[in-house]
Design a protein around this ligand. Structure first.
Ligand code: GLN
Length: 299
């Protein structure tokens, strides 16, 4: 076995201090340096917190300090999200693999998942049914549903084959690979065999208005997949498509849930009512007080 690269504790401490200063000067959270040292070099949290490594003659790293520094410089100068640099992110109880082919799953999306799971309380037909996650990206939503609903089957679609590779790997690492089926295609296109049979349709679609994307922080605007963000002129292109299409896939009493950005829920609630196929339409707020998720039931 190759020996792990070693560095003197004082060199590592100096590097870390400098990296933290660079972070603060660039408006980046300095704790990201420790995240990189932990996930990218194998240092443990306690060692990092106590700082005891600084007095050691040698510290073993899982990759050379020069390589960590190259990664960190990409973080600071190119604004690459640290999750892409280390190839993973924590989300709910999972550690999900992420690459620039997929959106980095956000805490807000946990709200959508919680609500989807809550709809199954007292509804064994939903808990045992078929669910679709449209635009699955890293597979986050599909995997969380599969883990929480052990009798359900989840059908996850994405138009990007590279995203599906990430999602498949995540599902198998999470131990739910046998209950999530992945399909390459646009929205409902690959799910024709499930017409009228879905118990739930869930999505965190691209919902940012096209002209607002370049105003987002550079980590998002420059590095996350545009296709995962861009919702057209008013951000609702995919949402309108989903509202129009879902009724032919959901069985009566099936549920539709969608994540949105601030300010979109009133319009989406109106679209659902105007469609005529849904009832019990409502919205829910995230922890930041934003009306984040819209729910409806198929009549
Ligand atoms: N479903 C994935 C997530 O919520 C991807 C969403 C997207 O790419 N718009 O993270």
């Amino acid at each position: 076995m190759d020996r792990l690269p070693a560095v003197s504790g004082s060199d590592l401490a100096c590097w870390r201090t400098r990296a933290r200063q660079q972070a603060m000067a660039a408006g980046i959270d300095p704790t990201e340096v420790d995240w990189l040292l932990r996930e990218g070099a194998g240092l443990d949290t306690l060692t990092l917190r106590l700082g005891t490594f600084a007095s050691r003659p040698q510290v073993l790293l899982e990759r050379p300090l020069a390589e960590l520094d190259r990664l960190w410089q990409r973080r600071v100068s190119e604004r690459v999200p640290v999750q892409y640099l280390i190839g993973q992110t924590p989300w709910r109880d999972f550690t999900l693999h992420v690459s620039p082919a997929v959106l980095i799953p956000r805490p807000e999306t946990e709200e959508l998942v919680e609500l989807a799971i809550a709809t199954t309380c007292g509804r064994p037909d939903l808990a045992r049914g078929h669910w679709a996650d449209l635009g699955t990206g890293s597979g986050a939503i599909a995997i969380a549903l599969a883990a929480a609903l052990p009798s359900a089957t989840i059908h996850a679609t994405d138009i990007e084959a590279d995203a599906l590779k990430v999602a498949r790997a995540n599902a198998s690492t999470a131990g739910v690979g046998d209950r999530v089926r992945f399909y390459c295609g646009s929205w409902y296109e690959p799910l024709a065999h499930l017409r009228g049979r879905l118990s739930g349709c869930v999505s965190n679609p691209p919902y940012i208005p096209s002209h607002e994307i370049d105003c987002l922080q550079p980590e998002v605007a420059r590095h996350e997949p545009r296709r995962a963000l861009d919702g057209g002129v008013d951000g609702l292109d995919c949402v309108r498509h989903a509202i129009a299409t879902a009724p032919s896939y959901l069985h009566a009493g099936g549920v539709w849930l969608c994540e949105l950005m601030a300010g979109q829920a009133p319009t989406v609630l109106q679209l659902l009512v105007a469609n005529g196929s849904y009832n019990d339409t409502r919205s829910a707020y995230d922890l930041a007080g934003i009306e984040r998720v819209v729910l409806a039931t198929r009549r």
